[in-house]
Write a protein that binds this ligand. Structure first.
Ligand code: 4NP
Length: 150
């Protein structure tokens, strides 16, 4: 199973989703590939926002070595599932889909609920971590129940 976590900047939310999912993958003894990317290009090559790194670290997860990259069409070929944080990400990624096989891979982490962008608000990082953690746990539970996905 290969899962790509996507947000706008790939420095706040998707790095958390990437780190949390990777943590769950290890905990469950799986050999899944987890990665993250942003629809925007502003932060390519940078590490995650320090506020995300700190919040992850407070929860025992190290995301400090992640490097920001931009989402590209080839990600539809390289991943089984593309998990976005909000409706804007969803539309941006769906706009790049080439066919039904691509669009079928795209989902919002929290279903019809969004993970809000915390970039402009320091106090949002802790609740955003919790939202993403809950979403990742639910997604992991769902995927583990589905047969033949390992
Ligand atoms: P993210 O947050 O999408 O959760 O990584 C953002 C980070 C940076 C910007 C936007 C959103 N930005 O415009 O630079």
């Amino acid at each position: 199973m290969k899962i790509l976590m996507v947000c706008l900047g790939n420095i706040c939310r998707s790095p958390l989703a990437h780190g949390i999912m990777e943590h769950l993958v290890e905990k469950n003894g799986l050999s899944w590939t987890i990665d993250s990317a942003g629809t925007g290009n502003w932060h390519i090559g940078q590490g995650p926002d320090r506020r995300s790194t700190r919040e992850a670290s407070n929860n025992g997860i190290d995301i400090s070595k992640q490097v920001c990259r931009q989402f590209s069409v080839s990600d539809f070929d390289n991943f089984d599932l593309i998990v976005v944080m909000d409706k804007e990400n969803y539309l941006d990624v769906m706009d790049m889909a080439r066919n039904g096989q691509d669009t079928a891979k795209v989902m919002m982490l929290l279903g019809d609920k969004e993970v809000p962008d915390p970039y402009q608000n320091d106090s949002q990082f802790a609740p955003v971590f919790k939202l993403i953690e809950a979403g990742c746990k639910e997604l992991m539970g769902f995927l583990l129940k589905k047969d033949a996905i390992k």
